[in-house]
Structure formats: structure tokens, C-alpha cells
Design a protein around this ligand. Structure first.
Ligand code: ADP
Length: 267
């Protein structure tokens, strides 16, 4: 009797051990695949601007273009653009690597979300002007609204969303940035554009790393395809939610929530 019980226990233990090992191996395999895919994507993303820079520099060194003052300037400017892009991509990669490894802790503070959105609008005004896009703030809520979050990271979130509204916005269009008090101690920040919009079937993939709806079109806009996945990571690290609503050809609205700091109600 005792021996059969022992055998049964032993079999169960061996089975459990085998299942655990199998799960562990599956997990490692997933991680390995993820790592390989990530590396593949990274080198692919870096190649395009690197070849651009290399191309312009080689052409200049060959001599002909070097003698022509206008051409020289043009090629150097293009090479500089390529380097700029490389810097953006590397910065985004650095951020996403830190966020995905979970070793980027949040520095939670209380701050005025209205002030933050105004700052972002000031920073991006020039970029918007270039496309004749107006950045509007929903002035109904023009007053301090104190929230709880990591200032720098939330600033990055708003930046990425407004930059996208400009990149994928129509020439002469507009972006509305609004902050709204919700009843459940939350605040919602909305960035709405009347740009190209996103087709339904692409919406669920927007937040994936390196995902772009229109590879060629987006590439001329110089994105890394990492902006929205950074946004999602930051918002999820805050335990908050991000939403997107879009109608193809009409426009898009990206919004996210933040925790409101309860202040004593004014009389
Ligand atoms: P990218 O660097 O390509 O802009 P993102 O992660 O920020 O990368 O966005 C992913 C893709 O989502 C973009 O390439 C674009 O196709 C789409 N997208 C993002 N924001 C908008 C928007 N406001 N309007 C239309 N499409 C958008």
C-alpha cells in the first residue's frame, strides 16, 4: 500500500516537474523569438537612414557635388536629416527597451495637466505651422487641474500624440487638445485631429512596436513606428487607459486617463 502511494506521488511530482520545465522552455523560446524579432526590426529601421546618410556623403566625396555650392548644401542637409532620424530612432529604442524591461520606474508627482498640455503646444507650434495646422486648446477647462503622474513621461505621451496629429493631419487642418474632468476621480486628455484617419482593420495594431499603417507614407514623415507603443507602455505603467477612435478620411481621437488629485472644492 505504502509503496503504491509513494509511486503515485512520485509520478505526480515527475509529471509536474516535466510540465514546469516545458512551460519554462516555451517561455524562453518566446523570449528568444521576441528578441530575434526585435533585433530584426531594429536593424531594418536603422538601415534606411544609415544608407541615406552614407549615400549623400559618398556622393559628396566623389567630388562633383562638392564643387557646387548649392548641391553641397543640399546634400549636407539631407545627410543631417538622416542623422537626426537615427538619433530619434535610437532615443525611442532606448525608451522602449527600458519600459519593456520594467526597470524604468515612475517618478510620481502632482502637477497641473493644463500647464503640461500648454507647454507641449508651445513646443510643437512651429512644427504645426509648417503644415498650416492650428493647435487649439479646449478653453472651457482653462484652470489648474491637478493630476498624479510622472511629469516627463506624461509630457512624452502628449508630445507623441500631438506630433502624430500633425504628421497624419491634413495641410491646413487643426488639432484639438482637451482636458476633461471625469466623475470617478479621473481626468481624460483628448487629442483630436481632422486628418487622414485610420481604417478599422488597422486600429488594433497601432500600438504594436514598429507598426505603421502606410509604411511608405509614414516613412517620409520620419517616424520610427515606436511612438504609440511608448505611449501605451507609459499609460499602462500608470495603471491608466488609452483609447482610440478613428474614422478613415475624417480624423482620429486618441485619449487617455489620469488620476485626479482631490483638491478642496472652491466656493
Ligand atoms: P510613427 O513613428 O510611424 O508615427 P506611431 O507608433 O506613433 O509611429 O504610430 C503608428 C502608426 O499609427 C503610424 O505610422 C500611423 O500609420 C498611425 N497613426 C498614428 N497616429 C495617427 C493619427 N493621428 N492619424 C492617423 N494615423 C495615425
Amino acid at each position: 500500500q505504502a509503496i503504491t502511494t509513494d509511486m503515485a506521488t512520485l509520478t505526480r511530482q515527475v509529471k509536474k516537474f516535466a510540465t514546469d520545465k516545458k512551460l519554462e522552455i516555451e517561455m524562453l523560446k518566446d523570449r528568444e523569438e521576441y528578441r530575434r524579432e526585435f533585433l530584426g526590426n531594429v536593424s531594418h529601421e536603422l538601415k534606411t537612414p544609415l544608407f541615406t546618410v552614407q549615400g549623400y556623403i559618398s556622393t559628396l566625396l566623389e567630388g562633383g557635388a562638392m564643387k557646387d555650392k548649392n548641391l553641397r548644401k543640399k546634400y549636407l542637409e539631407r545627410a543631417e536629416k538622416g542623422v537626426e532620424r537615427l538619433v530619434y530612432i535610437v532615443e525611442d529604442l532606448d525608451m522602449i527597451a527600458k519600459l519593456e524591461m520594467g526597470d524604468e520606474s515612475l517618478e510620481m508627482i502632482e502637477f497641473d495637466i493644463i500647464e503640461l498640455t500648454q507647454n507641449v503646444m508651445d513646443l510643437l507650434e512651429m512644427q504645426a505651422n509648417k503644415k498650416d495646422i492650428t493647435l487649439n486648446f479646449d478653453s472651457k477647462y482653462y484652470r489648474p487641474i491637478m493630476v498624479f503622474g510622472d511629469y516627463e513621461k506624461i509630457q512624452q505621451v502628449v508630445m507623441n500624440l500631438v506630433v502624430n496629429s500633425i504628421k497624419y493631419g491634413k495641410q491646413g487642418g487643426s488639432t484639438e487638445i482637451g482636458v476633461e474632468d471625469l466623475t470617478n476621480n479621473k481626468v481624460i486628455i483628448r487629442v483630436t485631429d481632422n486628418g487622414e484617419g485610420i481604417e478599422k482593420q488597422n486600429i488594433s495594431r497601432l500600438f504594436e512596436r514598429f507598426y505603421r499603417v502606410d509604411k511608405s507614407g509614414a516613412r517620409t514623415e520620419g517616424g520610427s513606428g515606436l511612438g504609440l507603443s511608448i505611449v501605451k507602455h507609459i499609460i499602462e505603467a500608470h495603471d491608466e487607459k488609452i483609447y482610440v477612435e478613428s474614422t478613415y478620411g475624417v480624423g482620429s481621437e486618441f485619449s487617455f486617463t489620469l488620476e485626479k488629485v482631490e483638491t478642496t472644492p472652491s466656493r
